[in-house]
Design a protein around this ligand. Structure first.
Ligand code: NDP
Length: 283
């Protein structure tokens, strides 16, 4: 039976009043440890890594980051990031450490924890691209990308896992890519690592979940960073902009804010997930 306008309004009002009295979902926020939280971000000197350490620091989290130190430019970027962090007043530890080297990676994680008095969050962000058609790709182009993007994340996670398991708390975010879920020409090495990181994220989530450690991945689309502007031809960026349903490239902050969400208690029931941050590129 069709209700008269007045009756329908009353029924809706009644439903709304009932909804209003239902208890909402309780979000129990984990209390901060007295000395605050510590986040370690690999490759934190520029681009997405820099936006992430700055966002953590502005939210009151102590931060450690490493970078490769690939020359003058990269040292300058690291110094600029340190400068930005100094203004926030949180504890900061930063130095060059190559994630391709298992000993360097684990020494960096241990030192970051000792210097900042804890370890609660790990963001595996350090990454490179060496694009070429696979039939022309050299051994070095293949290996350097695998060693940095995939093995580096494994070495750092392996080093952090005992601390996180002991304290029964931790958040890990791996920076994958839309190219871990789809491909484009010349990215055989890169796509293999980013797809590998998604498998690694699920395995780590499964193994560390019983210790109350959440492990997730973000899959950014094209994000405006130095790596991107230096490496990717303009016409490819135009195509990416057109393919994104939001009609734009992302900014590093767009990725950083999702990483922060995945490291907050607001996302405590999310683990093993891959969150695209791509303006709808993959739809
Ligand atoms: P940037 O080139 O701006 O930054 C890369 C960072 O990683 C730098 O700090 C760099 O240090 C560091 N790094 C590189 N190699 C090593 C290594 N062996 N050991 C330690 N640190 C290392 O890159 P982006 O911000 O663009 O990318 C960050 C992450 O996001 C990467 O994993 C990338 O694959 C991913 N991503 C990026 C997208 C984009 O469009 N930009 C899209 C999707 C994913 P140094 O400067 O000293 O070499």
């Amino acid at each position: 039976m069709v209700k008269a306008p007045g009756e329908a309004g009353e029924a809706v009002e009644e439903l709304l009043s009932r909804v209003g009295t239902e208890p909402g979902p309780a979000v129990a926020l984990e209390p901060e440890p007295p000395d605050g939280r510590v986040a370690v971000v690999t490759g934190g000197s520029s681009g997405i890594g820099r936006a992430t350490v700055v966002a953590f620091a502005r939210s009151g989290t102590h931060v450690a980051f490493n970078h490769l130190d690939a020359g003058k430019e990269s040292r300058r970027a690291a110094e600029e990031t340190r400068e930005m962090l100094r203004e926030t007043g949180v504890g900061v530890f930063a130095r060059a450490a190559d994630v391709r080297d298992p000993k360097e990676a684990s020494a960096f994680i241990a030192e970051a924890r000792d210097r900042l008095g804890g370890l609660h969050v790990l963001v595996n962000n350090a990454g490179i691209g060496r694009d070429r058609a696979l039939w022309r790709m050299t051994d070095d182009e293949w290996r350097s990308v695998i060693d940095t993007n995939l093995s580096g994340a494994f070495y750092c996670t392996r080093a952090a896992a005992p601390y996180l398991r002991d304290q029964e708390f931790g958040k890990i975010v791996n920076v994958s890519s839309v190219h871990g879920l789809s491909s484009e020409f010349g990215l055989a090495n890169y796509c293999s690592t980013k797809a590998g990181l998604i498998g690694f994220t699920r395995s780590a989530a499964l193994e560390l979940g019983p210790s109350n450690v959440n492990v997730n991945a973000v899959a950014p689309g094209y994000i405006r960073t130095t790596e991107l502007t230096d490496r990717v031809p303009a016409e490819m960026l135009d195509r990416a902009r057109e393919r994104s349903v939001l009609g734009r490239l992302g900014d590093p902050q767009d990725v950083a804010s999702v990483i922060l969400f995945l490291c907050s208690e607001a996302s405590r029931h999310i683990t093993g997930a891959v969150i695209p941050v791509d303006g709808g590129y993959l739809i």
